[in-house]
Design a protein around this ligand. Structure first.
Ligand SMILES: C[S@@+](CC[C@H](N)C(=O)[O-])C[C@H]1O[C@@H](n2cnc3c(N)ncnc32)[C@H](O)[C@@H]1O
Length: 92
């Protein structure tokens, strides 16, 4: 998962002026140590094995990425273009 954060840092560097310091700090907080804490919470509540799940208001997508590990398909929506585009790049 360290590789995932390296990828995200590159995504930020490539469009640095779009991200506020708050965004960068938040992304660091959610992704820099891997997403295991999100994955384990999802298993804990048995949010697993779904055919299609929705992450409405996905933000930068840490829950979407974790949900996708344990469910067949995840639909992620967010009205904030920067957030949804960042997630699109993270999973590509
Ligand atoms: C508090 S953030 C949570 C983001 C993410 N789920 C997380 O846990 O980090 C709320 C998110 O909901 C999005 N949002 C706001 N209004 C929305 C709406 N009507 N439908 C879907 N998402 C919305 C915002 O753009 C923002 O990314």
């Amino acid at each position: 998962m360290k590789n995932l954060y390296s990828k995200i840092k590159k995504i930020i560097n490539d469009s640095d002026c779009l991200f506020t310091d708050n965004d960068k700090n938040f992304i660091k907080r959610i992704y820099s140590n891997g997403i295991n804490r999100y994955s384990s919470r999802i298993s804990m509540i048995n949010f697993t094995g779904g055919e299609k799940v929705l992450d409405a208001g996905c933000g930068f997508g840490q829950w979407s990425v974790a949900l996708a590990e344990q469910n067949n398909q995840v639909e992620s929506i967010d009205p904030c273009n920067l957030r949804i585009e960042t997630l699109r790049k993270i999973i590509s």
